[in-house]
Design a protein around this ligand. Structure first.
Ligand SMILES: Cc1ncc(COP(=O)(O)O)c(C=O)c1O
Length: 401
């Protein structure tokens, strides 16, 4: 079977599993090697000058120079485009490189952007930078409603940037409602789909224009690479390739792409484990006396539960909870008492992680962002869920008086 074709499958999940494991690879191209090689080569040479000249007419399709296209990177791109049901994907050196490229692709100086939900902190910093340098204004809407979105649209609004769920409070945004309003107003929609991965959410099918990822999280899953991706239609991706990708030069190195391909092979089984683990821990936390609220869209009591049933096919592992006593001392005590959960940024990998936005001196900033001072975010890794529950139970009991 030619692994560049997609055969018929019983379910969309079966199709995704095939894409993760085999699609985009062709062992016959690599002496039958079942695992494709890392093409660690900065350039490709030509036997005939006229072929070299011809290849330059389409740098996106032809292998010329690593800053443009690389055969190993291309395999990862084929898989990600197919998983998102998009036409084309470009991988970048980091998630932020991908987000910056997607945002810049649709902006002019003086444009306006709307953000929905708590988008990733560094994405906000990008918007502050764009405001200072190029007078790009932005409006941040915390609570999405079609009315508030409609009211925030200006004549110069070019982009709606969103994350659903956001990776702090884990609230969902209604993707098809946003996409409809945006299309009616000729505005591009960009979603950060890092949390759900394309296995659990396919925003392009809901009408969103562009999907971006930090592939350092679930997609690669082993905390050993930085990578980003942008997925959209052929025309948009051609423009991004020619401009924001090629000119800024944030190409993904082939070795990182190879590790990403390896991570993708186990994505479906890892996501199942993360989902089960996250839900079991969330249900446990709901009943602990030190906990005020659990922010997990898979809990029946959660404000996003109904919407999640409509637009998600599963739940990633990372979520947050809020302490009854959200003092810095309490947050610190709990985090320092945990032993399975290591303290650090990021999420979505084999190891369990914990962090809080409370640094002991940012009460006002947290209030402005709508973040509870007692909010703790955990990313359950691939350890046994019961060990993680026991760890959390011990840490939480240490603050119950
Ligand atoms: C939700 C989300 N989006 C984007 C990014 C940025 O990705 P990167 O760190 O690969 O630049 C991160 C990083 O933590 C993230 O958590």
């Amino acid at each position: 079977m030619d692994r560049l074709d997609l055969p018929a499958f019983d379910t969309e999940l079966d199709k995704d599993i095939y894409i993760c494991t085999h699609y985009g690879e062709n062992p016959a191209d690599h002496h039958g090697a079942v695992v494709p090689p890392v093409y660690e080569s900065s350039l490709h040479v030509f036997e005939k000058y006229e072929d070299f000249v011809e290849a330059q007419k389409d740098e996106q399709k032809n292998y010329l120079y690593w800053r443009g296209t690389n055969p190993t990177v291309e395999i990862a791109e084929k898989k990600l485009a197919a998983l998102e049901r998009g036409e084309s994907c470009k991988c970048f050196a980091s998630g932020m490189a991908a987000i910056s490229a997607a945002v810049l692709a649709f902006l002019h100086s003086g444009s306006h952007i709307i953000t929905l939900g708590n988008v990733y902190g560094t994405s906000f910093k990008l918007l502050d930078y764009l405001k200072e340098k190029w007078q790009v204004e932005h409006t941040a809407l915390d609570d999405f409603s079609p009315e508030s979105l409609q009211a925030s649209i200006q004549e110069n609004t070019k982009i709606i940037l969103l994350e659903s769920p956001s990776s702090v409070t884990f609230k969902l945004v209604d993707l098809s409602a946003v996409a409809k309003i945006a299309r009616e107003n000729n505005i591009k929609t960009i979603i950060d789909n890092t949390w759900a991965t394309p296995l659990f959410q396919k925003p392009l099918l809901a009408g969103i224009d562009v999907v971006v990822h930090s592939a350092a999280k679930y997609l690669s899953g082993h905390s050993d690479i930085l990578a980003g991706a942008v997925i959209s239609d052929t025309e948009t991706m051609k423009q991004i390739f020619d401009n924001e990708f090629t000119l800024f030069g944030a190409a993904l190195p082939p070795h990182e792409a190879w590790l990403l391909i390896r991570g993708l092979r186990t994505l479906p089984v890892r996501m199942k484990q993360h989902e089960d683990s996250g839900l079991s821990i969330a249900r446990f936390l709901q009943h602990h006396p030190a906990v005020k609220k659990v922010n997990h869209p898979g809990l029946l009591e959660n404000e996003s539960y109904k919407l999640g049933k409509k637009q998600l096919t599963g739940y990633a592992g990372v979520f947050s909870f809020e302490l009854l006593d959200g003092s810095y001392e309490n947050v610190k005590q709990i985090i320092n008492t945990l032993s399975f959960f290591q303290i650090g940024f990021s999420f979505g990998s084999y190891e369990s992680l914990v962090l809080s936005e409370n640094n002991g001196s940012n009460k006002e900033e947290l209030r402005r962002k709508g973040i509870d001072p007692g909010l703790i975010r955990i990313s359950p890794g691939l350890e046994s869920p019961q060990s993680l529950i026991n760890d959390l139970n011990d840490a939480l009991n240490s603050v119950v008086r």
